[in-house]
Structure formats: C-alpha cells, structure tokens
Design a protein around this ligand. Structure first.
Ligand code: SF4
Length: 363
C-alpha cells in the first residue's frame, strides 16, 4: 500500500498503523524560522517498508524525530497529525498532541515505535557495556528481573546474529566493529517488541558487505515479526532493494510518493529523476562522469519562493515555478506529485501517463 497523498483516504480494506498528515516541524532561531518539515503526509501499514528519500537537509531525519517526539530544541512540531493505532486498539491517538516528555509518549516510544540511528557509536554510552544498555531498555517497558532481562538481551543479540552473545553482552561499544554495533543497536531497538521500526540511514557508515548484511537482517526481522519499517536514506539503491513504497522529500516537503516500481520506472518529479540519474551504474563506461544534481540545496533561511526545487530544476517554467507553489496532487491510484508539469489547465492533476511533454499546455 502506498503513502496516501494529502487529504486522500486510505484504501478501505487495510488500515494504516501510522498516519502522518500535514506534519510541520519548525526550528525557531534568532536568524529566523527554519521549516525543516513543511507539510508531509504518508501512511504506514503493517509489514510495509516505506522509504523516505532525499538529500541531506531535506527533512527526513526531523520527520522521524517528530514521530518519536524527540525533536531537539529549538525545534518543535507546530502543525499536523501523527496518528498511531496502538496494538489492538480501534481508535488512533494523535502523538502530535501528547507532551513529548510525558508518561504516555514515553510508554509508546521504544515500546511501540523504535529507532535505529545512523551512527551507533554516538548512540551508545561509552561508560556502560552494551548489555547493560539493552537490559535497561528492556526493563524500561517490561517488568523483568535483571537476570531475566539479561537472558532476554542475550537472546536478542543471538537473534540479530551477534556471535558469542553471552560474551559480547559484557563488552563496550568501542570494542565492537561497525557492523556488530549496528546489530546491537537493532537488538536494543527490538527489545520491547515494537510494531514500527524507524531506521535512519542504518547502513550509511558501513562498508558495502556489512551494509548488505544489515539490510538482510532488517528484512528477516520484518518477516519474523510483521514489522512496519520506515527506512530513511539518501541512497536510491537502498530504496530499490528494501522499500515497498517511497516518499521523496525536498526542503522539508514531500514532492512525490508512490510504489517503488512506479517511482523507479515512471518518476514524475524532476527531483526524483535527478536522484535516480545520480545512481552509479555498473554498466557505465570506465571513468565516465557521474551525473549529479545541479546546484545545491538552498540555505534553510533562504528558502526560494514558488516551487522549492525551481533554482535547480532544468525544466522549470519561468514566471510560474519561481512565483507559485505547486499543490500535491494524486496521479492515478497510487502515486502523487507536487509539480506544475502535472497540473492540468485548471490546476487539477493531469491523467496518469501524461508527462513533461505536456508541460507547456498544462499551465
Ligand atoms: Fe521544476 Fe516547476 Fe516542477 Fe518545480 S514545479 S519541479 S520547478 S517544473
């Protein structure tokens, strides 16, 4: 099931377990307001892997932190909904309305939604063994004795493929390789049997072989535990390998979403196309130049008017894209895009399949 464009109802037969609507997270700084997340919407379903992709600074990680209620000050969720269906519950609760430091949020964070960070080295305390940190995470949500929690921690380490877990449990994070640290981080995230796992660039700091192993591990755990995964990455290769559906973000906005096959074979947004073109190809001629996206992401305080991508867009329409903001429109059943190339004469979406060739007629 794809992420649903803003305002669209979910498919009737399947209910999302997490529904984010028009999420806005701003950082209120002396220099001005940084709109790190500026109206993002998507749905997440059980057993689904939803990829959120974009360059650094596009709002992916802040989206994850907003869902978990761990946005660092002076950041704040200022609008939108983060609706969570708790285990076995019919009604959804809006996490955006809870106090991020309150008991209700604490009971959900870690227990129902867990996070795997990009760099586990900085996420573990160097003063405590990894075992003690997992045991603490287990006992935060489950009434187990220390011995029971230790046994569960060893089981978890075994489950994520840490060799000799009964010995590794007493080691410190700096004694482990990058791949093992990431496995331990996954074990800690799963310590309270969450239904949703948010993996924020989980393989970026790893070599290619270890990266493949960690991705395999996530897939295996998803199958075994019916996990829903939000996978945050800048790497379209990881998206192709892992995701069922994709949200493409640029400057805090969702610019395109849809099933991974549609996004890869029929991308609608020029930014999505640029991301796809910048994937290195094994078939490329030796020493041929890699395609890159022109220009760079604007400074957060210098957000351009109109379409946020227009300064870098090679097919921008002068007089329109630099002054007006395109609406996010559904394209067919499962895709959505925010680009004037796909707006019809009266601002509605073009029929699916019409493409950039129609752009000048479309405005
Ligand atoms: Fe490019 Fe205009 Fe589409 Fe923005 S709205 S992506 S500038 S064509």
């Amino acid at each position: 099931m794809p992420p649903i464009p803003m305002g669209e109802p979910a498919r009737p037969r399947r209910e999302p377990i997490l529904s984010v609507r028009n999420l806005e997270t701003h950082f209120l700084l002396d220099e001005g307001v940084v709109r790190a997340v500026d109206g993002t919407s998507f749905d997440l379903f059980s057993k689904q892997t939803l990829g959120i992709v974009g360059e650094s600074g596009c709002g992916k990680s802040v989206t994850a932190r907003s869902i978990l209620g761990i946005v660092e000050s002076p950041g704040k969720v200022v609008g939108g909904e983060v609706m969570l269906r708790r285990d076995g519950a019919r009604e959804m609760i809006d996490l955006a309305k809870l106090d991020p430091k309150g008991d209700r949020y604490r009971a959900i964070r870690g227990a129902e939604i867990a996070l795997v960070f990009q760099e586990p080295m900085s996420s573990f305390s160097a003063y405590h063994t990894v075992g003690n940190q997992i045991i603490e995470a287990i006992r935060l949500h489950q009434p187990l004795t220390k011995k029971q929690a230790r046994n569960k921690a060893i089981d978890l380490l075994h489950m994520v493929g840490v060799p000799k877990p009964d010995r590794r449990i007493d080691e410190y994070s700096f004694e482990l390789s990058g791949g093992l640290r990431q496995r331990v981080m996954v074990a800690m995230a799963l310590s309270s049997d969450p239904r949703i796992l948010i993996a924020d660039e989980p393989t970026t700091a790893l070599d290619v072989t270890t990266q493949a192993q960690v991705l395999d591990l996530l897939r295996q755990l998803q199958d075994e535990r019916d996990l829903a995964i939000i996978l945050i990455t800048h790497d379209m290769g990881v998206i192709a390998e892992m995701a069922d559906d994709v949200v493409v973000m640029y400057l805090g906005k969702e610019v395109e979403n849809g099933p991974v096959d549609d996004i890869f074979h029929n991308p609608k947004h020029p930014y999505t196309r640029s991301l796809l073109n910048s994937i290195p190809s094994i078939l490329a001629r030796p020493r041929s130049k890699l395609s890159t996206i022109e220009g760079s992401i604007p400074h957060p305080y210098a957000r351009p008017p109109g379409c946020p991508f227009h300064p870098r867009c090679t097919v921008a329409i002068p007089g329109l894209c630099d002054s007006q903001t395109p609406r996010f429109l559904p394209m067919g059943d499962r895709q959505g895009v925010s680009c004037f190339l796909h707006h019809g004469p009266s601002g509605q979406s073009m029929p699916s399949g019409k493409d950039t060739g129609a752009r000048h007629d479309a405005v």
